[in-house]
Design a binder for this molecule. Structure first.
Ligand SMILES: Nc1ncnc2c1ncn2[C@@H]1O[C@H](COP(=O)(O)OP(=O)(O)OP(=O)(O)O)[C@@H](O)[C@H]1O
Ligand SMILES: [Mg+2]
Length: 324
């Protein structure tokens, strides 16, 4: 059974005007109100603190905040984890078999390092059946930089080497939406949640959520020193919403983050670029991508909770991601 999502307007004392103010400030869901601080909320919605406290209390009662679960329940849910393959054996080995569902994977690297190519490839692969490395599902693709290219999908489908694979069928199962601002991007996660609920009982439930790029709008809009805390707060909330989404749908989230390699840094860890990392440690898996000689790309797994650090190389070809 799917019930509609609980809206901000369902909270006592929240009319359209207050709801609008809350949304503008990035409080898009009842859950986000439930976990807000009273002073933060009071300022945002221009209400008194005691009203804010009441609102938070009501939101906590309405929202599904998870609460405690037994280890057995956690274990049962983790048993459902599936792996989505890149179909480059070296890369899949690095990832312990592929990208995990119920987790967020962040790919970061400089321009042209292959982030968008990988998300294109995975929105194709996710549609394959499990024996072929896919999850027999569809993809939702939030495109913030207008870099989704259907032609590229077509080339990659043809590049699979599956005789009767029809690119038009694959394109039908990739749901693309542009996001024009960071707030719009956060709202799109809500729309994604609704679409995923609609498709849950179809023959292609959503198993992959992509945000390419996760960080570009945030970086552009919150550039000044005084705005960094707000940026971080919003990004954290955004990641939290994404986690919920992948949990509910047993899906993979794949997000990209452009960072600049700093040529002035000769020492230290090049995978921790100065000022480049704004996602922090919220993502479950982090992959650092860099260009190498002869069109090769190097992927390095960073900070994984259960996999050894390591590197794998691959090529981006017309037919998609391939082994070197
Ligand atoms: N049809 C193709 N055939 C071969 N290689 C391609 C093809 N299309 C793209 N590429 C390769 O992919 C590169 C672009 O990579 P991609 O767009 O994934 O970078 P990115 O990491 O997303 O960069 P940005 O941070 O700017 O978004 C190109 O420079 C090219 O080397
Ligand atoms: Mg890109």
């Amino acid at each position: 059974m799917t019930t509609g999502p609980i809206e901000l307007e369902d909270l006592p004392g929240v009319g359209p005007t207050t709801a609008e103010k809350l949304r503008e400030a990035g409080f898009l869901t009842v859950e986000s109100v439930a976990t807000a601080s009273p002073s933060d909320l009071a300022e945002t919605a221009e209400i008194g603190e005691s009203t804010a406290k009441k609102m938070i209390k009501a939101a906590r009662e309405l929202a599904d905040l998870g609460g405690f679960r037994t280890g057995k329940d956690v274990f049962e849910q983790r048993k459902e984890i599936r792996k989505l393959k890149t179909l480059v054996p070296e890369l899949d080995a690095l990832l312990g078999g592929g990208l995990e569902t119920q987790a967020i994977t962040e790919m970061y690297g400089e321009f042209g390092s292959g982030k968008s190519q990988i998300v294109h490839q995975l929105s194709v692969n996710v549609q394959l059946d499990e024996d072929s490395g896919g999850l027999n599902g569809s993809a939702i693709y939030i495109d913030t930089e207008n870099t989704f290219r259907p032609e590229r999908i077509e080339q990659m489908v043809n590049g699979l080497g599956i005789e009767d694979a029809d690119p038009a069928e694959f394109l039908k199962n990739i749901h693309v939406a542009r996001a024009h601002t960071s707030d719009h991007q956060m709202l799109m996660v809500e729309s994604a949640r609704e679409l995923a609920a609609e498709l849950r009982d179809s023959d292609k439930p959503v198993r992959l959520f992509i945000i390419d790029s996760l960080t570009a709008h945030f970086r552009a809009e919150y550039a000044g020193r005084g705005t960094l805390a707000t940026r971080q707060q919003k990004l954290n909330r955004h990641m939290h919403d994404l986690f919920k989404l992948v949990d509910e749908n047993n899906a993979v989230a794949l997000v990209t983050n452009q960072v600049m390699s700093n040529p002035a840094v000769f020492f230290g860890d090049p995978t921790k670029p100065i000022g480049g990392n704004i996602v922090g440690h919220t993502a479950t898996f982090r992959i650092y991508l860099r260009k190498s000689k002869g069109g090769k790309r190097i992927a390095r797994l960073v900070d994984s909770p259960n996999l050894p650090e390591g590197e794998a190389t691959f090529m981006v070809e017309e037919a998609g991601l391939k082994s070197c």
